[in-house]
Design a protein around this ligand. Structure first.
Ligand code: ADP
Ligand code: MG
Length: 662
C-alpha cells in the first residue's frame, strides 16, 4: 500500500464508504493518515451516580433496574430505561435505537458514559455510550481519538480504516534530517502520526501533537520566507501620486466621522510605504470595531486616484457584499468604479467583470477567493488587501499577489498576538497597530446567564427593538452527527417567531449552507432594518457591520472559543448606542462558567486571548478552536509558542535544505 493509493485499497473501504470519506476530503491513503482527530476521549474510573454533576461527562457503573421501553415521539423513536447503583438511579434515553431491548436485561451491569442532565428530580443521560464491565476495564485510562464525521461515516469506521492502513504509515518519510531532529529533540513525523491516531498515553500524545504543530509552523514560515525573498525591498511600479495624497484630505472630510489617531497614523504609514518607491507589505492590527475598514478604504482611494487597480479579498461572501455596498457609495463622487466578484456572481456578470478588469475600466474589485481564480486578470494591479487575513493561508495571498506586477500588499487583522510571536509569524510584514476604538463608543454591557434567563432576554430584546434597534441571536453550528440539545438555526427561528407572535417583529435566519444570493438578501434586509432579529450561525462572525444592532445573544456560549465569542460580540457596539451581549451558558459546568467570566469582565481582545490560554487545562489538547488562528489545523500559536520559535530557528538556519513534499 502506497501513500498515494486510492482510499479503496484500504481493507473494508468500499465505494459507498469512499464516497462518504470523500466528503471529508479523504480520497487517498495519505489523506486518511493525515486526517487528524479533533479531540480525544479519556475513559476514567467510574464514579457513583450521586456524584455526577449536571453538564459533566462521566462514567458510571450501574445495573439495569427496569424494562426497556420504546415509544414514538414525532419522527423519532425513543427508548428509555432506568439503571442504578448504591447511591442513586439514572434514566437513560436513546433515540432511534429500539434494538437496545435485546441488549439491556434487568440485573445486567454496564458502564455508561455520557453527560448528565437534571430534569426535575431525575438524573438523565441521553445517548450514553455503554460497555460491558470487562471491555471498559481494557479501555480504562486510554485516549480514544474522536474524528470529525459526516453522514454515513462513523468514528469506528475511521479508526478501523486507519488500523487497516498501518503498513502505509511506514512509507512516511521525514523532510527533516536525523541531525536536525536530534539537535532540536523532535520525534519523527512517522511516529508523531502514529501516536496521534493510536496514542499510547497522554504524554506521548502531547509530544506527537507538538511535532505536528511544529510541521504546520514550518510550512507556514517557509511560505513567509518565500514571500519575503520575492517581495522585500522590491522596487514598485505603483508609486502613488502627490495629487492622490492631497485629494485624500477631501475624501476624509466627507466621512461622517473624524479618524482616530490610530487610524490616522496607520494611513500615514501606508502613504509612506506607497509613495517611496518600494513595494508595501503591511499588516494593520486592531481589535474588532477599531475601524480598520476605513484605513483599507483610504489605501484603495490613493491607489485608484493614482490610476492603478486594487483588489480587496475577504473570507465570506456576506462580508464582501457589505464592503462592496459601502465602498461603492463612498467612491461614487470620485467616479471610481467598484465591482463585486464572488462564487455566486452569475457567469454573465463574471465575464463582463473579467473583460472590464483587463481593460482597466474597473478600478476596484471586491470579493471572496473567487478573486484568485485563474481567469481574473488585471490591467495594472497596484494594491492587494486581505481583510480578516487569518482566514487565508499564505498560499492564497501569494496567488492574488502574483496577479499583478508586485502590487502593494495590505493585510487587516483583529487577531491579538503577542509582539514577539507577531514578529515571527509576520516576519515579512511591517505592522501598524490601531490601539483605540473610535470616540463615543459605549462599553458593551455583558451578562452570562443560564437558560432560565431566556425569557427575560427576549423581553429585553423586544424593548430594544421598540427603541428602534436590532438584535442578533447566535446558535452553534450543528454537526450532522450530533443530536437534539443543540439549538439549531431554523428551529430556533420558528420558536422565536412563536415567542414574538403578534408583536410585529420580523425574524429571519442566515447560515452557511444557504445559497449565496439568499444570504446576501437577508443581510441587506438586516442592514436596511427590515429585519429586527437575525438568527445566525457563526457565518456573521467576521466583519459584519450594522451599528444599529445593539443586542447580541449567544446560545450555547460554552461551545465557542473565547476569541470567537469576542469576535461575535464585536458585531454590536459598533455605533454610539449602548450595546449588550448576553451569553447563554447552557451547560453550566464549573469550567464553562470560569471561561465565560473572562468575557463578562473584559472587552479587550488581547486580555481575553491571554486569559484563555491560562484557563486551558492540561487535558485540553487542541484548546478550543480559536477563530483568530484558524490558518493552522492543529497548531495553536499560544499553546505551541515554543514550537513556533523552534520552527523559526530551523527555517533561519536550515531553510535552504528543507524540501517540503506537499
Ligand atoms: P473593524 O476594525 O472591526 O473592521 P470597522 O472598520 O467595520 O471595524 O468599523 C466599525 C464601525 O465603526 C463602522 O460602523 C465604522 O463606520 C465606524 N467607524 C470607523 N472609524 C470610526 C471613527 N473614527 N469614528 C467613528 N466611527 C468610526
Ligand atoms: Mg473588519
Amino acid at each position: 500500500m502506497l501513500l498515494n493509493d486510492d482510499i479503496t485499497t484500504v481493507k473494508g473501504i468500499g465505494e459507498k464508504t469512499a464516497l462518504g470519506l470523500g466528503k471529508l476530503g479523504i480520497s487517498s491513503v495519505k489523506d486518511l493518515i493525515y486526517y487528524f482527530p479533533r479531540d480525544y476521549q479519556r475513559y476514567d474510573d467510574p464514579i457513583i451516580i450521586k456524584d455526577a454533576h449536571e453538564g459533566e461527562r462521566v462514567s458510571v457503573s450501574a445495573k439495569v433496574v427496569s424494562y426497556v421501553d420504546t415509544r414514538k415521539g414525532g419522527r423519532l423513536s425513543i427508548t428509555s430505561l432506568s439503571v442504578s447503583d448504591s447511591s442513586g438511579s439514572l434514566r437513560l434515553v436513546f433515540f432511534n435505537s429500539p434494538f437496545l431491548k435485546t441488549v439491556f436485561h434487568k440485573g445486567d451491569e454496564f458502564i455508561f458514559v455520557g453527560t448528565v442532565k437534571i430534569k426535575g428530580s431525575m438524573r438523565v443521560m441521553e445517548m450514553p455510550e455503554y460497555y460491558p464491565v470487562y471491555k471498559y476495564k481494557a479501555m480504562l485510562k486510554s485516549m480514544q481519538p474522536v474524528y470529525s464525521l459526516t453522514k454515513g461515516i462513523t468514528n469506528n469506521q475511521i479508526k478501523k480504516s486507519l488500523g487497516n492502513a498501518r503498513e502505509a504509515f511506514l512509507k512516511i518519510e521525514d523532510y527533516l534530517s536525523d541531525e536536525i531532529r536530534n539537535e532540536y529533540d523532535l520525534i519523527s513525523e512517522r511516529s508523531a502520526i502514529e501516536e496521534i491516531h493510536f496514542p499510547l498515553n497522554e504524554d506521548r500524545l502531547k509530544i506527537a501533537i507538538k511535532r505536528l504543530a511544529f510541521d504546520e509552523f514550518i510550512h507556514f514560515l517557509m511560505g513567509v520566507r518565500e514571500m519575503r525573498k520575492n517581495n522585500l525591498s522590491v522596487s514598485s511600479s505603483h508609486v502613488i501620486t502627490k495629487e492622490s495624497i492631497s485629494k485624500l484630505d477631501g475624501f476624509k472630510a466627507g466621512l461622517p466621522f473624524s479618524l482616530t489617531s490610530g487610524q490616522e497614523s496607520a494611513i500615514r504609514d501606508i502613504i509612506d510605504d506607497m509613495s517611496l518607491g518600494n513595494v508595501m507589505n503591511r499588516l494593520i492590527e486592531g481589535d474588532v470595531g477599531s475601524g480598520k475598514t476605513i484605513v483599507a478604504t483610504a489605501a484603495l482611494f490613493l491607489n485608484a486616484m493614482s490610476g492603478y487597480q486594487g483588489a480587496l479579498m475577504v473570507p465570506t461572501e456576506v462580508l464582501a457584499l457589505q464592503h462592496y455596498e459601502d465602498l461603492k457609495a463612498l467612491f461614487k463622487p470620485y467616479k471610481i468604479r467598484v465591482e463585486l466578484l464572488t462564487g455566486s456572481t452569475s457567469l454573465k456578470d463574471k465575464r463582463s467583470i473579467y473583460e472590464n478588469l483587463k481593460s482597466g475600466d474597473i478600478s476596484i474589485l471586491i470579493g471572496t477567493h473567487a478573486l484568485i481564480e485563474d481567469k481574473t486578470e488585471f490591467k495594472d494591479l497596484g494594491l492587494v488587501i486581505t481583510d480578516e487575513q487569518h482566514r487565508f493561508g499564505v498560499k492564497q495571498r501569494e496567488r492574488l499577489g502574483a496577479k499583478g506586477n508586485y502590487p502593494h500588499v495590505l493585510i487587516m487583522s483583529a487577531t491579538p498576538i503577542p509582539r514577539t510571536l507577531a514578529m515571527i509569524l509576520y516576519a515579512n510584514l511591517d505592522i501598524s497597530v490601531i490601539k483605540e476604538l473610535p470616540k463615543g463608543r459605549k462599553k458593551i454591557k455583558n451578562c452570562v446567564v443560564g437558560t432560565e434567563y431566556r425569557s427575560t432576554a427576549y423581553k429585553f430584546i423586544q424593548n430594544e427593538i421598540k427603541n428602534g434597534h436590532q438584535a442578533y441571536v447566535i446558535c452553534p453550528m450543528v454537526e450532522e452527527s450530533e443530536t437534539m440539545d443543540l439549538e439549531n438555526v431554523e428551529n430556533y427561528t420558528d420558536e422565536l417567531r412563536n415567542v414574538y407572535k403578534g408583536c410585529n417583529i420580523n425574524i429571519e435566519y442566515i447560515h452557511g449552507k444557504m445559497k449565496d444570493e439568499d444570504k446576501a438578501g437577508i443581510l441587506k434586509d438586516f442592514i436596511n432594518k427590515k429585519i429586527d432579529i437575525l438568527v445566525s450561525t457563526t457565518v456573521i462572525e467576521v466583519g459584519i457591520n450594522n451599528p444599529n444592532a445593539t443586542v447580541m445573544m449567544i446560545e450555547n456560549a460554552e461551545r465557542f472559543g473565547l476569541a470567537q465569542l469576542h469576535q461575535l460580540r464585536g458585531r454590536v457596539g459598533r455605533g454610539s448606542y449602548q450595546s449588550y451581549c448576553i451569553f447563554i451558558n447552557v451547560k453550566q459546568s464549573k469550567e464553562s462558567k470560569e471561561r465565560l467570566k473572562v468575557l463578562e469582565e473584559s472587552n479587550d481582545g488581547f486580555y481575553i486571548a491571554t486569559e484563555d490560554l491560562k484557563l486551558r487545562g492540561p487535558g485540553d489538547f487542541f484548546g478550543v478552536r480559536q477563530s483568530g488562528d484558524i490558518m493552522f489545523r492543529l497548531a495553536d500559536i499560544y499553546n505551541h509558542a515554543d514550537m513556533l520559535r523552534t520552527a523559526q530557528e530551523i527555517v533561519l538556519k536550515y531553510g535552504d535544505d528543507i524540501k517540503i513534499k506537499y
